[in-house]
Ligand binder design. Structure first.
Ligand SMILES: Cc1cc2nc3c(=O)[nH]c(=O)nc-3n(C[C@H](O)[C@H](O)[C@H](O)COP(=O)(O)O)c2cc1C
Length: 313
């Protein structure tokens, strides 16, 4: 286990480590204009939402690590108090990357990156037409996070004053992650794509769960069940009572070998094979029951997993 304070490693090394662990981060493609109205566009992955009522986001245009100077986005935002944020999707990621080049002030990165400007309604800076999720924003506060440090970060806190959402990202009335197809920035040059197999649903607890500390010892200390498995079991409000009907299999039930059933994801089949075959010694039986419970949990069958774990040995 590595353990260190930030001052024990170089800023460069720290940057790599820090951003690999605080990941994936959404990417804001920030549009600004200078005092003359010249457009500027740059990606920022020190970015997130911090309030939805009112909608407030923040992003971090740091001082340049090379010479400590301020980025054009920072200067423009401080001059005009306005910006647009266009979310970056997989189909835009290469062009967004191109817009991060350090062109001189006044150079239009919309043109350099080949993006189309969308005229804003509430603010002067344009946004990116190719993005399906756009926010027009006003600066609330700019915080210099460490004025004493060369190349330090700034935090631009902005209030969203208008949204533009493309109809193409909706399934019914909700934004579909597979359709919006966002990307995230990770450490070094890694990105990830937030659609397909990478996306899963996990509903936040609606009741106070039992808690892992309240699980019976043989479950909590299981060598089979993982932290995720235990959390699923501990998410129920009350420890379920044993249901003696649970193992009354109907007479059409058939099962092959325990391992075969288990490996094919058939938890009921595995349980049937286990309880109707030659009984293993108690410690082996417990291990096998935990494996069956794990398969139930993998299929979202929390009650069945509990009933399996409540079976007497
Ligand atoms: C995906 C991505 C994310 C980035 N995130 C940040 C960031 O959070 N903060 C930052 O200061 N620079 C970040 N950069 C680098 C800036 O985009 C880059 O310095 C850019 O040239 C600034 O342009 P400007 O001077 O026109 O504002 C990022 C670059 C990329 C490609």
């Amino acid at each position: 286990m590595k353990s260190f304070t930030p001052s024990e490693i170089s800023p460069r090394e720290l940057h790599k480590i820090f951003l690999s662990g605080v990941a994936p981060r959404p990417i804001a493609l920030v549009g600004t204009v200078d005092a003359r109205g010249n457009a500027n566009l740059s990606p920022f992955s020190f970015f997130n939402a911090f309030s939805s009522n009112p909608p407030v986001v923040a992003f971090g245009p740091s001082h340049r690590a090379t010479d400590g100077t301020l980025k054009d986005t920072y200067t423009n935002l401080m001059t005009t108090g306005e910006c647009t944020i266009s979310s970056v999707t997989h189909s835009m990621v290469e062009q967004s990357n191109l817009s991060s080049c350090t062109y001189p002030p006044g150079v239009d990165e919309f043109a350099k990156a080949g993006f189309t400007k969308r005229k804003s309604v509430e603010v002067k800076p344009p946004s990116v037409m190719e993005s399906p999720f756009v926010m027009e924003c006003r600066l609330v506060q700019m915080i210099d996070l460490a004025p004493e440090v060369n190349g330090s970060g700034n935090m631009a806190i902005c209030r969203v004053v208008r949204f533009h959402l493309s109809g193409s990202i909706f399934s019914g009335d909700v934004i579909d992650p597979h359709k919006i197809d966002l990307v995230g920035r990770m450490g070094l040059a890694w990105y990830c794509r937030a659609s397909g197999d990478a996306v899963f649903e996990l509903v936040q607890p609606r009741v106070n769960g039992l808690g892992i500390d309240a699980l019976p010892d043989h479950i909590r200390k299981s060598p089979i069940l993982t932290g995720n498995d235990l959390a699923k079991l501990a998410g129920v409000e009350k420890k379920p009572a044993r249901n003696t009907e649970f193992t009354k299999f109907d007479n059409t039930m058939q099962a092959e070998d325990f391992s075969l059933e288990l490996n094919s994801g058939n938890a009921f089949g595995a349980l049937y094979a286990l309880l109707t075959g030659v009984p293993p010694p108690p410690e082996k039986l417990q291990e096998k029951l935990h494996k069956v419970a794990q398969v139930f949990l993998a299929h979202g069958k929390i009650e069945e997993a509990w009933q399996t774990l409540l079976l007497p040995l």
